[in-house]
Ligand binder design. Sequence first.
Ligand code: MIG
Length: 823
Amino acid sequence: MSLTMRFRCHWLLALVFAFPLRGHAQWRTLGNADSLRDDTPASITAFSGDATLRIEILSPTVARIRATKGDGRFAPLTSWAVTGKLPTTTVRKARQGDTIHLRTDGMTVSLTLHPVRLKFDDAGGRTLNEDAEKGIAWSGRQVRAWKVMPPGEKYLGFGEKAGLLNRRETHMTMWNTDIPAYTADTDPLYQTIPFFYGITDVGCYGIFFDSPYRSSFDMGKESRSEYSFGAEDGDLTYYFFAGPTAAQVLEQYTGLVGTMPLPPRWSLGYQQCRWSYTPESRVREVAAQFRALRIPCDVLYLDIDYMEGYRVFTWNGKSFPQPRTLLADLSREGFKTVVIIDPGIKVDTAYQAYRSGLAGDHFVRRKDGTLFVGDVWPGPCAFPDFSSAAARTWWGKQFGPLIADGVRGWWNDMNEPSVFNTLTKTMPLDNRHRPDWGPGGHAALHNVYGMQMTRATYEGVRSLSPDWRPFVLTRASYAGGERYAAAWTGDNVASWEHLKMALTMCLNLSVSGQPFVGSDIGGFIGYPSPELFARWLQLGVFTPLMRAHSAINERNKEPWEFGDRWTAINRATIELRYRLLPYLYTVMEQASRTGTPAMRPVVFTSPLHRNRWTGEEFFFGNDIFVAPVLSEAQTRRTVTLPEGGWYDFWTSQRYPGDTTITVDAPADRIPFFVRAGAALPTQPVVQFTDEASLDPLILLLFPPHPGGGGTSDLYEDDGSSFEYAHGAFARRAIGLRSTDRELRVILSASEGSYVPPARQLVLRVAGEARRPTRVLVDGRVTPERIMETGGRESASWEEDAKSGGILLKMPDRRESVTVIITY
Ligand code: MIG
């Protein structure tokens, strides 16, 4: 086809299929290389007609690929996600006929010149990924990359996606959307994380397609042998991660986009929300009920009705006449208060936020330069331009008065952004922003709007109260958004299907770099049966964000609303969460330091189980494996345990790894298993995280196979400040070794300068019916007390801390200590 004809075709097609049938567009594929340029020792650029492709090796296992069309020059490289600087690396370049190889110690990227195509091999020379025949292509402003899709390859990640864990044979769109009562097939949802893993029988790689435009991934829905990803506009920029394990891919990805900052410990307590607790007397009533019923709780939320006519940063004078007193009283009772913050600023010249935003020119404008106004809860609203640094600073300053009133957390909602009175339910794509760089149409900023709102919130709050770790919760976000906020999965429904979806979505988000996730426990829309609520709450113990919520117009759904039997069950479930808090905090610290999330699918973690794509069982940290009940009237649970040995937490029954078993799962019990060789740090039940010191620290010991060993961690710090970043933390390794007659517990000296409060230490040995004949601490017979020890059916963990185990003085943090328990 001649060029003119091609253009004519193009023009015709564009005319006929202008909008809805974009998929049928004509694609112009990257052709032969006309010339090459060696930009730096670690990069190379190929020119082909008016298209340009650049390969940059960023680290031994990370490469950046960019492609552009037009004048052959790339737009300045910008990213809302990428912040990290990777270690530079030595690259060996070699030409072999038509192909140029860029080799590191971790991978080889090969560029074929006729036509321009890419291939990625691992260090052993096995192909991880290669371009399909179509390679990279353009159609109008759209750009897309096609890849070979080998038969057994499966795909994991993509952020907030419902449905199955394996995304092969699906088509997904990235476009942040407010979509209440979504279903398993609804796509897109609220968040955009264009990052995924390709997992084959031999290895794993990752791709991060860093485009803020509307984008899509077709993982073999259109073709049996190729998959593709592309965007509506912009240069094509993607990062390739060579793994070779999924955990390494995630580490490489989070090395680029950053990890979650360590959350305040209180945000890992139980959180209670509803639309809305109002007026003030109702808030007090709910708080009092928690304490009266001895159901632990750390956080109460105020939804949109606390405001004056939905004006953010204000209080409704009628229903909340004395917020400062209210919040101080709640705080005395151990509650933190979190308020909802929507982006829409009511158009009202008497309203300070509107006046100052307008005066500073901080709002998004229409294409013609006039103020964009769209309806949300307050009626007509202006929208802060969170892509502009000046607007973010202005926004951040608005939090001063609420912080002074005692508000401790910020729930960012409606930030897709959701607009009620437009056909698209968001703002026009040609609205004008003023980003810190580049062109500013809403099309290029839509998917990062929510993330930039959380950034403005996080940074503003942090600078106003520098001694506290901010807690921000968001509905919309983009890759890297975990740097600013936790995320929940939006407006779900009280159904068993949604309980399953909550787990898949949390797992997908977790492996996509966002570890601080949870769903609305009990379902937002609709009313759960007592059993559904109880099972959802149990799953919530093992989601980092444990928050119950409810839509307006639903009957009350607090944990005590389902009858006495269920109140007791729900109380015990929340108590379990508080017992596990030292472990959970340790796991979240690991996530913030390394990117490895708390919730991990089997396929992510377990090399033996590359084919176990279950979204119904998961690891929670290194040492716990959870098999939640997700179906109605189920009282037994069949579970396939990963490799290693495992103990049923409830019965202390030990099982070999890699086996399928069935265990009891009565209504009050979520089946979960602890790794043989693990020491699980736990604490007595408290009513809120700061209620008392963690006295005693209770180490639940799960002996390894005789002759074997294992190591666990305990991480502690003050739980609320940034002092840990200056070394004020305490990390200890706890090693276990066992023989038939003996269990050794080796506590390492503590790393870091934090001095935990003085306390005692209780050691409890799972599955051990014998009473120790001797306990030696560093060779001396010194246990203060050997209490009736465990081994009984479930009871030992269930009872008070003082009811069983070996009670010791907590060893000095500077010393490494060995305890030998002999039977
Ligand atoms: O248009 O603030 O997802 O959690 O309770 C609905 C009211 C607005 C949507 C959030 C939901 C919240 C609700 N909000």
